[in-house]
Design a protein around this ligand. Sequence first.
Ligand SMILES: Nc1nc2c(ncn2[C@@H]2O[C@@H]3COP(=O)(O)O[C@H]4[C@@H](O)[C@H](n5cnc6c(=O)[nH]c(N)nc65)O[C@@H]4COP(=O)(O)O[C@H]3[C@H]2O)c(=O)[nH]1
Length: 711
Amino acid sequence: MAADAKIPGVKIPGVTTPYVTTPDATTPDAIDAHRAELLQSFLDAFTDHLWIKDVAGRYRFANQATLDSWGLSAGQLIGHTDEELFADNAQAFVKADAKAIELGAPLVVAECIDRDLNKGLIWLETLKAPMYAKDGQLLGVIGNTRDIARYKAAEEQLMLTSKVFENAIEGVMITDPDGIITDINGAFEKITGYQRSEVLGNTPKLLNSGRHGREFFTNFWTELEQRGHWSGEIWNRRKNGTLYAEQLSISAVFGDDGAIRCYVAVFSDISQLKQTEAEVLQLAWHDPLTRLPNRSKLSTIMQQQIKAAHHHHGRLALLLIDVDLFKHINDSLGHLSGDKVLLGLSERLVSLLDPDVTVARIGGDEFVVLAEIEHRRDVTNLLAGIQRAFDTSFDTESRGSVNLSASIGIALYPDDGDDADTLLKNADAAMYRAKQQGRNCHAFYTEQMTQSSIQQLQLQTALRNAVRQGGFYLQYQPKVDLSSGQVIGLEALCRWSDPSLGPISPADFIPVAESIGMMPELGLWVLHEACRQTKRWLDKGLAPGRVAVNVSGSQLAVGNFVEDVAAVLKRTGLPGSALELEITESMLLYSPERAVETLNKLRQMGITLALDDFGTGYSSLSYLRRLPIDTLKIDQSFVRELPGAKDNCAITLAIIAMGEALGLKVIAEGVETQAQAALLRELGCTEAQGYLFSKPLLASEVALLLPAATA
Ligand SMILES: Nc1nc2c(ncn2[C@@H]2O[C@@H]3COP(=O)(O)O[C@H]4[C@@H](O)[C@H](n5cnc6c(=O)[nH]c(N)nc65)O[C@@H]4COP(=O)(O)O[C@H]3[C@H]2O)c(=O)[nH]1
């Protein structure tokens, strides 16, 4: 305490000090002085500001903390009024004094942030009280200003907490230990739709969704009681009756005595999240176009069904459906049409098969039907359902409708495999066999198929290399006039001899080239080579007649086939009139309108068109009439059994008659004997091709058979 801060001899009016002892003082004045000093020291020990003003408003006493804070000495303060000392605030101070006097009791007159000379900005609270003498006479005003930073901080903390509570995005609910709701925040009202007044005094049962059973709540309470905490997802019901999912976290709050004071539940509405989660799952497990289970989902379903079937000694049938020549639809009509067809097919399959049958889409044009069966023969019902899906044509996005067929491979559990992968692999091998058998049919898996699918894979690899490295060559089979025996044309036939697999028949490698999408490339090479060779013969003065080139379905489906043919003719210099293209009925079935358009364009280039393998498809007179073709080729399967087989005789005769009626040429293929040739001649067929006349030959060999061109 600074020396000048002391106020020796000041008798504080009204202050008695009955408990102060003065062992060394002997005179009354000395005793008073000692008491005053003691009191001053006592009051100086406080950090609170303590001061006394008399009724005239003059400062009569101030402790050291006051003087330090105001930067005044005792001499500068004592005996002076607020007006003399604090010009700015004097009015307010005097007014507050008067208020305390008027009240006759202590009064908090101000709370303010003030600048303390020593501490900087601080929170202060000033309390004033009137001071009376024993006889009740007013002596003045006592002032006490104290630093309330600690309380202010706590108050601030409380305010913040309540703001957090009120503004939290999470709903908050507080219940007493008996579960009675005592407080909620705004987010609670927003999420649940209940107002505060409707909730307080109620229990959380108000929100019960009914979706959780007794067991759920038993576990919930057990965990809350044992660990003081529970968190998880829960379904609740809003006031408007709708259900919502919330992520909930409940904690028990314990008092110092260890007893539960309350429970605090904090929750957020995760309905949106749940929906997104469900959508992501849908995307991950389902095909986006058809919404059917995808390969991953199918695999899971299969595993579950195999497990169940294993348990009760049941059987399963897995049918792998591959849409025949679907690629052509995509290539020729565009992907939108392809998608529309696939969607239509998926809807038909789902509606035609029993609800407990799984229909999945595992690839572009590959669907799987998985069903529990009792007997192998039950597969027939499934096949019938699938077949009906293909009975009528499919609408496309672009031109008209298309007819489709499918090849179906079947594998059974447990006979053909006891896990999902094996069953799928084996159904795939069976499907491949169905494709080889001419499409639009089904095949059950057999063990030999595994072997043959390995060979198939080898063949695919070798074929890819051959197309890339040019491992093919052509042979030409003469077509002759049946009455004169003269060569009137040639059919170009593709040949391939792989260095390790040996010579492979086109009947084997053409379907493989189709399946791996290489046929358009290979077909174009054949066309170019045949045209180039024919032009050479023409240039040498030979008369090869028309050269016929086989065209596969996939070539015709590629959008620019007509342009490709035109480019080949231009590049080789062969006139269109020297070229014949052989097409089959099956390639016209899928999109007849478009095929007719393409064929017309080809004919306009002078090219003639022959319908190959005639009689093996669904030939009808009305359909034939619409096709812009020049020649019918009687399939060798009919010719082979001539003249013995009566049926074949009748069919051959019918084809020849049909050709005549439509003004078409008719040529028979596969003629091996004189008897066959004689009968065909007799039936009115004018042209033929077959081993009887010549096997397919190399270009150099054929040249020897060709007549010279007449001038
Ligand atoms: N048993 C018997 N067979 C005879 C006789 N005369 C000819 N053949 C064979 O019959 C097939 C006739 O060709 P295809 O019907 O167009 O049938 C062809 C055709 O569909 C396809 N093919 C061949 N080359 C090509 C090609 O370059 N492009 C396309 N797209 N397909 C081709 O492969 C099929 C088979 O061709 P190849 O094995 O060369 O078999 C040829 C030919 O060698 C005979 O008197 N008796």
